[in-house]
Every structure is written in C-alpha cells, then in structure tokens.
Design a protein around this ligand. Structure first.
Ligand SMILES: Cc1cc2nc3c(=O)[nH]c(=O)nc-3n(C[C@H](O)[C@H](O)[C@H](O)COP(=O)(O)O)c2cc1C
Length: 166
C-alpha cells in the first residue's frame, strides 16, 4: 500500500471541521491566542466526558498543548470556511492577527478563543498524551460546553474539499 492510497482512502471519510485553540502564555507579555484547523477530533467517552484531537508532532499547536493543558475546540459552521482555510496555512504570520478578524470570546476556564459563529464549543483539560506515529493524540476532559444559537449546518471536509451538507 502506498502513502497515496492511504491518503485516498482516508479522504473518503467525511469529517466535521474544528478550530483547536489555546492561550499561549509564553507569547508576548500578555500571552496570545493560537489556533489550528483540525478534522482529527472526536468524542471519546461520555463518563467521564472526554474528547481527542490528533496533532502533528512538532507542529506549533502540539508544542503549545505540551505546556498548556487548557484548550478548546470550536465546531465550525458552514459559513466558516475562510476561517478554516486561514488557520490551516503553514507558516502563517500571526494567529493573534487572524483572531482580530474572527468574532470570538475567551473561554472562562481556558482563556482560549471560542468562535461566536461556531455550532458548538468545548473547553477542556488534557488528561493524556499518546505518541502515535507522526502525530500526538491529545485526550482531554470536557469542562464546559457552549451551544450558541447558530443557524445552518456544519462545515465538512471530504475528498480534499470543504463542503456543506446538502
Ligand atoms: C481540513 C483540514 C484538516 C486538518 N486536520 C488536521 C488535524 O486533525 N491535525 C493536524 O495536526 N493538522 C491538521 N491539519 C493541518 C493543519 O491545520 C496545518 O498543518 C497547520 O495549521 C499548519 O500550521 P502549523 O503546523 O505551523 O501550526 C488540517 C488541515 C486541513 C486543511
């Protein structure tokens, strides 16, 4: 099996898109917000409530979540395609600047940005980090959820493209 075949198979798994966020206390005098677009996010357990995100080892967010156990995920709505694109850019200049253009509040528990236009938000605290190949599985306990009254459906990703549910 080639890497292309593996990619091709996984591209056929339709996924919801989230923005993983955290407050980076070491960035600047007051800290700074950071975010990364992810599809490898899932609900893991109901009791206790656990979620998981798989982040590329050595990525900015991996390095941040290694020292910042408090983070959040915003489940993106179909109108947030541009936001997803921006936070997936490699070598982007500054998450702080990007967040200035994205309506959000700061999580009461985590200080992480929570997108105002998201379908739902979760604030959580990392319980376990598992090295898995070239990624790190970050398992976290959900401490609070937000259910904004947002109309419309989810942003999804399938076969290499952002899509809406028909
Ligand atoms: C639709 C989509 C889904 C992605 N899902 C993940 C993911 O689940 N985990 C991950 O580590 N990277 C994922 N990425 C890649 C990161 O968003 C991207 O590599 C990252 O923002 C690059 O910047 P950084 O490594 O400098 O933070 C995804 C990208 C896109 C476009």
């Amino acid at each position: 099996m080639s890497e292309d075949e593996f990619r091709g198979a996984m591209a056929r798994l339709a996924a919801g898109v989230v923005l993983v966020t955290a407050h980076d206390e070491e960035d600047g005098p007051h800290g700074a917000p950071a975010g990364m677009t992810a599809t490898a996010f899932m609900s893991v357990s109901l009791d206790p409530p656990l979620v998981l995100v798989s982040v590329r080892t050595g990525s900015r967010i991996d390095e941040l979540l290694e020292r910042q156990p408090l983070w959040a995920a915003s489940l993106l709505a179909e109108g947030e395609r541009t936001i997803a694109g921006r936070f997936a850019m490699k070598g982007r200049l500054s998450d702080k600047l990007l967040f200035q253009e994205v309506p959000h509040t700061l999580g009461r528990i985590t200080g992480a940005p929570l997108l105002t236009g998201a379908l739902a938000t979760v604030e959580c605290r990392t319980e376990q980090r598992v090295a898995a190949g070239d990624h790190t599985l970050v398992v976290a306990r959900v401490l609070s959820v937000g259910l904004p009254a947002v109309e419309g459906g989810p942003l999804t990703y399938y076969k290499g493209r952002y899509r809406h549910l028909a």
